[in-house]
Design a protein around this ligand. Structure first.
Ligand SMILES: [Cu+2]
Length: 137
């Protein structure tokens, strides 16, 4: 009877948290530009990933997901839900591993967040450090 109660409790918990577990040691990082870089013209961002693979959105393959680039924004408060697609949260659902951005002159922050085929972040989250760059006129 105690085992049945435990199974029911576990079932309830997994229904609440639909996040897919990330692979142990998975890491996402911005290869370029470097934190603090000053850049003229379009900014090419190279996405780095260790411990998991890239796949297009909508297709479920084990241990894969796609990149999301956060521009001038913090992480969404609720990372258990699918990420919205906005100017500040760009999805790379074709499996792209780089992007070229036209950013206005000034300081900008960039951060990568890796998420599953439904655009929902993994648990634990696979997120990069946030970097700051300056686009020069
Ligand atoms: Cu997405």
């Amino acid at each position: 009877m105690r085992i049945l109660a435990l199974l029911l409790a576990l079932g309830g918990a997994s229904a609440l948290a639909d996040q897919i577990p990330s692979s142990a040691g998975a890491e996402v990082y911005i290869i370029a530009p470097k934190d603090g870089a000053r850049i003229k013209g379009p900014v090419t961002v190279l996405f780095g990933l260790k411990g998991m693979g890239v796949a297009p959105a909508g297709v479920k393959f084990d241990n894969t997901g796609h990149h999301h680039l956060l521009i001038d924004t913090d992480l969404p408060a609720d990372l258990t839900q699918p990420l919205p697609a906005t100017d500040a949260i760009r999805h790379f659902g074709k499996g792209q591993t780089e992007a070229t951005l036209e950013l206005p002159p000034g300081r900008h922050t960039l951060q990568l967040l890796f998420a599953d085929y439904t655009h929902t972040p993994f648990a634990p989250n696979v997120v990069s450090r946030k970097i700051t760059i300056t686009v020069e006129k």
